[in-house]
Design a protein around this ligand. Structure first.
Ligand code: TMP
Length: 225
């Protein structure tokens, strides 16, 4: 099995950019790496992503939203993540099960036990080897995310950016609680600075963790998250 590394954080924290930079660094060392994301990552799950993130769908109920994230994840894990890990490739995923705990659990207030069960069902209990939490104050992240929306034309994926600041604060608190609960899996990196500074911090934080993972032979696990 290959290594499974996920990136998480509030809107505009910079995780997508840092995931791309890590992919480039690992590939330059000769590793075979795939980068993917949730919700989405394959054509069927991408169709669910379009429903989930469309600002016109604000009437979606919290439960319908939760089940769609789980459905998209079940497809993505089965079609993309597990086959790549079985080929021995490193999988970098932009958001995974922790996002459901943070957004639907801490953000929306849905039952964390139900979310844990659904996550296990959707993933077959696959858990990341390592999760990089790019942490920053929500005001910083949201101002970056809103600037990105204004600069982007085309498909609008802004439903979550339009939630209240308090919602995003609960999401951030949820992520920090997860990191505290699973310190052996999480690395927290300060994402409030610019891209080069965050990249330096990610590189520093990951160098020892990835070496330890390789030495310990602890690739993607079937243990719960
Ligand atoms: P992103 O491409 O900016 O990461 O957008 C994905 C959005 O979907 C983001 O607002 C977080 C949200 N999300 C959830 O609410 N629950 C989930 O399980 C996942 C994967 C994402």
């Amino acid at each position: 099995m290959g290594f499974f590394i996920t990136f998480e954080g509030v809107e505009g924290c910079g995780k997508t950019t840092q995931l791309r930079l890590l992919k480039e660094r690992l590939e330059s060392c000769g590793e075979k790496v795939i980068a993917t994301r949730e919700p989405g990552g394959c054509p069927i799950a991408d169709q669910m992503r379009a429903i989930l993130l469309d600002a016109k769908n604000s009437a979606i109920t919290p439960l319908a939203e939760l089940l769609l994230y789980a459905a998209a994840r079940a497809q993505h894990v089965n079609e993309v993540i597990v086959p790549a890990l079985q080929r021995g490739e490193t999988v970098l995923c932009d958001r995974f099960t922790d996002a459901t705990v943070a957004y639907q659990g801490h953000g929306r207030g849905l039952d964390l036990t139900v979310i844990g069960e659904l996550n296990r069902l959707a993933t077959g209990a696959l858990a990341p080897s390592l999760t990089v939490l790019i942490d920053c104050p929500v005001e910083i992240g949201l101002s970056r995310a809103l600037a990105r929306i204004e600069a982007t034309s085309g498909a609008r994926e802004e439903r979550f950016e339009l939630e209240s600041v308090r919602f995003h604060e609960r999401v951030r608190e949820g992520y920090l609680a997860l990191a505290a609960a699973f310190p052996e899996r999480f690395v927290i990196v300060d994402g409030s600075g610019d891209v080069p500074r965050t990249e330096k911090l990610v590189t520093q934080a990951l160098s020892t963790r990835i070496d330890a993972l390789k030495r310990g032979g602890s690739p993607a696990s079937q243990a719960g998250s």
